[in-house]
Design a protein around this ligand. Sequence first.
Ligand code: TYD
Length: 140
Amino acid sequence: MSKHTTIDDCKIIDLRKISDPRGNLTPIEGGADVPFDIKRVYYLYDVPGGESRGAHAHKELQQLIVAANGSFSITLDDGKNKKTYNLNRSYYGLLIVPGIWRDLDDFSSGAVLLCLASEHYDAADYIRDYEEFLKYKGVE
Ligand code: TYD
């Protein structure tokens, strides 16, 4: 199934923003705000200027990625087409379906990437070699 996914299956989800003079709040509920049960949360922070992350795809994992603070760019690639998103609001989430290669860069100072994931960590779910990814997607 993830062999046939495309970047058009990924999308920005407008999360709720509960505005308050005391500070804003954005809730995210599994199965409601994201189309999967949330099994894992991780966050990426203290990324040095000019560094990049990602450079892999997942076979099964679905993720919602939020710029909880600051900004960064995510380039999605399905083997045929690419699309770059600049995430810079804490109430936008980028839904990444399985079978999509992602590169993350342009992290601002103090950026915090929050990731909600559909599965527990599993090293076997990763494709870290781009040529292998293209083969997996059936791209010559
Ligand atoms: P990786 O997913 O390669 O990071 P990124 O895509 O952000 O560049 O993970 C980096 C390291 O952290 C790798 O050794 C695996 C480990 N890790 C965990 O142990 N648990 C996790 O949930 C994640 C996401 C990574």
